[in-house]
Design a protein around this ligand. Sequence first.
Ligand SMILES: NC(=O)c1ccc[n+]([C@@H]2O[C@H](COP(=O)([O-])OP(=O)(O)OC[C@H]3O[C@@H](n4cnc5c(N)ncnc54)[C@H](O)[C@@H]3O)[C@@H](O)[C@H]2O)c1
Ligand SMILES: N[C@@H](CCC=O)C(=O)O
Length: 565
Amino acid sequence: MFRRRLSQLAHYKLPSHIRNEPIKNFGVTDVKDWDLLRASLMKFNNSALQIPLVINGERIYSDSKLLAQTNPADHQKVLANVSQASESDVERAIKATQDSKRKWFELPLHERASVFLKAADLITTKYRYDMLASCMLGQGKSVYQAEIDCVAELADFFRYNAVYAQQLYAQQPTESIPGVWNRAEYRPLEGFVYAVSPFNFTAIAANLVGAPALMGNTVLWKPSHYAALSNYLLYTVLEEAGLPHGVVNFVPGDPVMVTKKALNNRNFAALHYTGSTAVFKQLYGTIQNNLAQGVYRDYPRVVGETGGKNFHLVHPSADMPNAVFNTIRGAFEYQGQKCSATSRLYLPESKATEFLTDMCGILAAKDSKCTPTNTAASALSGGDLHGFVGPVIHETSFNKLKNAIEEAKKDPELQIVYGGAYDSSKGWFVEPTVVKCSNPHHKFMKQEFFGPLLAVCEYPDAKFPEICDIIDTTTEYGLTGSVFARDREAVRLASEKLRFAAGNFYINDKCTGAVVAQQWFGGARMSGTNDKAGSGNVLSRFVSVRNIKENFYDLTGYKYPSNYE
Ligand SMILES: NC(=O)c1ccc[n+]([C@@H]2O[C@H](COP(=O)([O-])OP(=O)(O)OC[C@H]3O[C@@H](n4cnc5c(N)ncnc54)[C@H](O)[C@@H]3O)[C@@H](O)[C@H]2O)c1
Ligand SMILES: N[C@@H](CCC=O)C(=O)O
């Protein structure tokens, strides 16, 4: 019995207007945008949403196993009650990935791509303000930080992945001898992709799920509990855009249990992960062990982007105001909770006092908006919605930062030169904090705190090459870093010496804010597998190429000319 196949009667071109989504400013005159945003904020703030699992399109509400997602700026405020998967839910979700697979990957690329293109358009129009509100309230973002994440970067991922997929499909064997047609087919992986997403970027969750799905894979998605609201909204948008049931299965739950079920399954084909290094190492180890035990059919693909201890290196020739402003943004926007956040700063002795005085002065200024109380939550009760910084994500993060600050107060090698306050009475607030380290190898120069804590080290001006070596060897990470210098020789030297210290290297710019299709994102060493989100590279990890040779000439005998009597 032949199954019904879809015809493909043309090679479609993608819409030619694909560009990076323009970012809305939410400036003083953008009254309409603010009004629409306020309405969405009110809606989500006032209704503790029930979030289900979604397995094969079926919504599963668990009464007994619910976990509340609260507003990090107001931790008594429940934003959503999130259903938690049971073991049998995970099994059913894995089955759904297998049942829906063939129908999905047999669709021509343009059919799959159009789902994601439509989702991008829905996000940037109909659901823009809802996405922003869910991300601001749930993940503690300012409007600008939400806009660059859950609207612009998210839409960019969906749109540019379609472009990259088309380019990948167009890559074909370059040679065919007369009578032969050689072709390549980009099959999805056999089995399912397990996507594990972090709290800090809704866009990253979209790409973790969307990139493999676009290539014809089906996905078991375990979202971060701390981003459940925006992630569920994203799922519903994908559904509205036409994503067939079972292609992506939304399975919040106990991370250890869900992961165990996923990784112990014979059909596990790939891990698409973003989160901390420690968790990724564990998952990598489990996969290797299982592989050795013969659990899997294939060698699973492992794609993971993890932590960082990202540097700003300032040369004496740098434009100091530029370096100061970029450091404030890099270290403290979104409370330092970007994997790319600046968390170690190296200053030349001759400029260190000027730099730190300027930076701390700006942070302390009354209108700096750097007091972490300006939040979406307070805005709804008549407060200020224009804050530069907000809360950290949860109690564990708050405690980790609080302990680090208390440690800094006692350690003779450390000196807090700005900040050091914290307050958890209403939300998880930690003041932007700058800590001077007299020892460049101190733990504070090595460890990722994932919060608004910047460690600073001075170096003798003449020792610029040596400080590059120290930066290169101090941490286990290799994610992002910047050099600030006008002197071209200094730029060249830093670029050479720090070649392996950062997968995203910036010159006279902050080390955060990579844009899809502009700065391909990812780091090596213990920062990840560096498959470069926002480029076509990562898509190739989710396909398994089949080469096809078709012969047009029939053989008339089996002997070669050399086989004569
Ligand atoms: N390199 C990048 O592109 C990138 C981007 C964003 C975030 N990050 C990193 O992510 C981290 C912050 O995000 P986070 O707090 O959500 O990270 P996290 O490691 O706590 O969680 C990430 C995901 O892993 C799950 N998880 C947690 N423990 C687990 C376990 N034992 N087994 C299986 N799954 C588990 C979580 O539920 C979540 O879905 C930082 O280290 C940051 O640098 C990296
Ligand atoms: N695009 C982002 C990715 C941050 C990860 O958490 C940046 O480069 O800042």
